[in-house]
Write a protein of this length. Structure first.
Length: 146
């Protein structure tokens, strides 16, 4: 079951043309990721490396099908899935609330590493629980386009 995040597009999210700037779009997706972690009970303070683990983004892609404007009310669906014992990805689907067509899609891939050695390590139990709640914990997926 994917996590659903609701968000309004603010003026600060847009560029000079009045549409959501692509980097801000990825930031909105990252907000959905953080909210899904919090909703699953994963304390966000364990993620920045204070507990011996970091999960940097190692790959991202986005597909913009329709523009998003200030005032749009968004529904961001975040579906995490395990890629390996050390790696996971999130597939994001964005729609305007109450609208059927997909406005955009994105994908981020994260690798779990030790902050000191920078070597891969297995996903911590809290992340495995998060995957079990919102995603597909046992599915291995190739680098598929969203």
């Amino acid at each position: 079951m994917a996590f659903v995040y609701h968000r309004t597009v603010y003026l600060r999210d847009t560029d000079g043309a009045g549409v959501v700037y692509f980097l801000n779009f990825l930031a909105i997706c990252h907000e959905a990721y953080e909210e899904s972690l919090a909703a699953a009970g994963v304390p966000l303070e364990v993620l920045p490396g204070s507990r011996g683990v970091v999960m940097p983004v190692v790959y991202t892609q986005a597909d913009f099908r329709r523009p998003l404007f200030c005032g749009d009310h968004l529904e961001v669906t975040a579906l995490p899935r395990a890629v390996s014992s050390t790696e996971y990805e999130l597939v994001y689907t964005v729609r305007r609330q109450g609208a059927e067509p997909v406005v955009s899609r994105a994908l981020t891939r994260h690798v779990c590493i030790d902050p000191g050695s920078r070597q891969r390590q297995d996903l911590p139990p809290a992340l495995l629980d998060w995957l079990a709640r919102w995603g597909e914990p046992h599915q291995t997926s190739p680098a598929a386009a969203p």
